[in-house]
Write a protein that binds this ligand. Structure first.
Ligand SMILES: NC(=O)c1ccc[n+]([C@@H]2O[C@H](COP(=O)([O-])OP(=O)(O)OC[C@H]3O[C@@H](n4cnc5c(N)ncnc54)[C@H](O)[C@@H]3O)[C@@H](O)[C@H]2O)c1
Ligand SMILES: O=C(O)[C@H](O)COP(=O)(O)O
Length: 442
């Protein structure tokens, strides 16, 4: 293995506060050219950042079927996806070179996070870059449902003048119930109060209310008190099918349901029944249990068997998972996740990873003879002692280690090493009994 193997020269972006010398340009030691696969139309900002690093970037606008994905993922060091690509254990097992997964979105439920960690693959997302966009969409939907805007718009497009005020209301003074008071739920809370609404929320943890919002103890209490119910929980074992027949029955007669979280949270057949029998006056749905892989594909009963029944319901706003689809959000997500991928590949920095111990070290200063060892391993007793024995002949400038569950990650900057030392360190560390992955950047 030669130091010349790596063709990608990259820079550490953090500079040390202890010295005025420049951060050293780091490059991966034991990998060839870095290949990145981006799916689902990742924003140009992310593509440009990765290309600027000299990586080979392939960007595809749609999600891939599993067999094609498996073929393509075998060859790449990083993959960027959004909410549709399912990175299952089966897919991840085929990804022999994969170092890092970038979810260019908020949700990470589409990735088997544990399978990735067990292969030493860090997963990053953008936790709040599109939160405001979602919250604004919900405000638009609350007004639209309350005024039956969707139906009036369709009617007039069809040449039908239908001026009605029956069952059309102001939102001022109405009650909004938010399920899941995280980044989106709390933004929505502020906007809704500014529109004159009263806000209740339900969350599994105790949270500081924004403005005059109030946390209620149970989901049922929230459902019974709200004119509008908006869901902002992640997809977990507990939230799957969270809103079914019983929960819809608990909602106030004449209320509205909004779901822009995940398609698995709401059971649609009981929702259709409640819309048909008038228990609910409307619904807005942005996410579906099964969604098309790309634009232009049909949304019909072949995807979800109840689709035509839902389409026939009055005052139902259906949108193609656009909650986070604004120029602002996509640009910020491209920048944030693109940067996280670069820092992980080039410097090993795992701060912000959702499945991995989060560590970082200050930049290596501009000296040719310092390397950074990145060692991901099983968290078993005695491993660090074994690694430090290997390093004991060298000068370890700085070192940091942390664990998360059964996975641990160590970073060490080692100075005054030559090519032979580097080779030896790599070979001995990577053959340690607990090794998951060993990388050296220099
Ligand atoms: N439609 C879209 O385009 C779009 C865009 C962004 C996010 N999302 C979805 O919205 C979800 C929420 O986003 P966020 O940024 O607000 O997440 P977040 O993690 O900031 O907040 C989620 C909140 O839900 C709470 N929660 C978890 N389980 C719960 C349960 N069983 N009952 C009640 N509360 C529970 C959490 O404690 C947390 O406070 C994301 O996970 C994603 O799936 C959709
Ligand atoms: O998780 C998210 O951020 C949203 O669901 C948006 O997903 P998208 O990037 O696929 O639109």
């Amino acid at each position: 293995m030669s130091l010349e193997v790596a063709s990608t020269v990259v820079r550490l972006t953090r500079s040390s506060s202890f010295t005025h010398s420049h951060p050293k340009a780091l490059k991966p030691f034991d990998s060839g050219e870095i290949k990145i696969l981006l799916l689902e139309n990742v924003n140009q900002r992310g593509i440009s950042l990765l290309e600027k690093e000299g990586y080979q970037v392939e960007s595809i606008k749609k999600a891939l079927p599993e067999d094609v994905l498996i073929e393509k993922i075998r060859d790449v060091h990083a993959i960027g996806i959004r909410s549709k690509t399912k990175l299952t254990k089966k897919v991840i097992q085929e990804a022999k070179k994969l170092l890092v997964i970038g979810c260019f979105c908020i949700g990470t439920n589409q990735v088997d996070l544990e399978a990735a960690a067990n292969r030493g693959i860090a997963v990053f997302n953008s936790p709040f870059s599109n939160s405001r966009s979602v919250a604004e969409l919900i405000i638009a939907e609350i007004i639209s449902l309350s005024r039956q805007l969707g139906d009036r718009n369709i009617e007039l497009h069809q040449g039908n003048w239908n001026k009605v005020s029956s069952q059309c209301y102001e939102i001022r003074g109405k009650t909004l119930g938010i399920v899941g008071y995280g980044h989106i739920g709390s933004q929505l809370s502020v906007l809704a109060e500014a529109m004159g609404m009263t806000v209740f929320f339900h969350d599994i943890i105790q949270l500081m209310p924004m403005g005059t919002a109030k946390q209620v103890n149970t989901l049922y209490e929230l459902l019974e008190r709200s004119d509008f119910v908006s869901l902002h929980v992640p997809e977990t074992e507990e939230t799957k099918n969270m809103i079914g027949e019983e929960e819809i029955a608990r909602m106030k007669k004449g209320s509205y349901l909004i779901n822009a979280s995940r398609g698995t949270i709401v059971q649609i057949p009981p929702l259709i029944k409640a819309l048909q029998n008038g228990h609910l006056l409307g619904a807005a749905i942005d996410v579906f249990p099964k969604e098309p892989a790309s634009n232009g594909q049909f949304y019909n009963n072949e995807l979800n068997s109840w689709t035509s029944d839902l389409l026939a319901c009055k005052n139902v706003i259906l949108t193609p998972h656009i909650g986070g689809s604004t120029e602002e959000a996509q640009y910020m997500i491209g920048a944030e996740v693109g940067a996280a991928i670069i820092k992980y590949i080039n410097c090993g920095t795992s701060i912000g990873a959702v499945n991995f111990p989060e560590i970082d070290l200050r930049a290596i200063q501009d000296t040719d003879k310092t390397i950074r060892l990145l060692f991901c391993h099983y968290n078993v007793p005695g491993v660090l002692r074994e690694i430090n024995e290997i390093l004991s002949d060298h000068n370890v400038d700085k070192q940091y280690s942390d664990s998360r569950g059964n996975i641990a990650y160590m970073m060490a900057d080692i100075s005054n090493v030559d090519d032979q030392d580097i080779r030896k360190i790599y070979e001995t560390v990577s053959s340690n009994r607990a090794n998951i992955s060993t990388r050296i950047v220099y």
